[in-house]
Structures are given as structure tokens and as C-alpha cells.
Design a protein around this ligand. Structure first.
Ligand SMILES: [Zn+2]
Length: 99
């Protein structure tokens, strides 16, 4: 699935540190997979490899990343520009909500 497909399924699609993240703002659900040669992984089942759902321990161990995800979700414009990922989700720009 492409990032756009995932967004239609209700996830935010965010890339940080060569990792693809699926994020649900309502529940702080985080599902992660390494990029494949710099590209978004194609697997469309969140319960299959390479996707891995974060445990509560992982969530509480990464407060800065969660804060980044929430701010990025709040300022995301992926679906307005019609490309795969906006600058905030792609990590090219830092969300202004973080400053
Ligand atoms: Zn975005």
C-alpha cells in the first residue's frame, strides 16, 4: 500500500530516520517498518512483517517522537498537495507546532 492508501485507511504516514511510521492520532497507535531502499514498504497488512506495532513500553520510551508525530499530524498537508508525503511527514521540514 502507498502512503495515500494508508491515509485513506485512517493512518498518518510519517518518515523519520529511514523508518516508515503509521500513526493514529486518536489512540497514539504507532506501527513501524524500515524503508526499503529509501522507499515506503509495500506490505499492506499491518499485522505482517515488516510492520511492527509498538508496545506500550516503546511508546513511553519515545515521548519526543510521539510529540513530533502529533505536531506533524496537526500540520500535515499530504492530501492537499496530491503527492505522497508533505514536507512535514517526509521529514524535510519540522512542524511549526514543535517550536
Ligand atoms: Zn503530511
Amino acid at each position: 500500500m502507498t502512503p495515500r492508501d494508508w491515509r485513506k485507511a485512517g493512518y498518518r504516514t510519517i518518515i523519520r530516520n529511514n523508518t516508515a511510521y503509521l500513526f493514529r492520532t486518536q489512540t497514539d497507535e504507532v506501527i513501524a517498518a524500515p524503508l526499503v531502499d529509501g522507499q515506503w514498504p509495500t506490505e499492506g497488512n499491518v499485522n505482517a512483517a515488516p510492520w511492527q506495532r509498538w508496545s506500550r513500553d516503546e511508546l513511553s520510551a519515545n515521548p519526543a517522537l510521539l510529540e513530533d508525530f502529533r505536531a506533524t499530524a496537526a500540520t500535515c498537508y499530504c492530501d492537499k498537495q496530491g503527492t505522497d508525503l508533505c514536507d512535514y511527514c517526509a521529514g524535510r521540514q519540522r512542524s511549526p507546532w514543535l517550536d
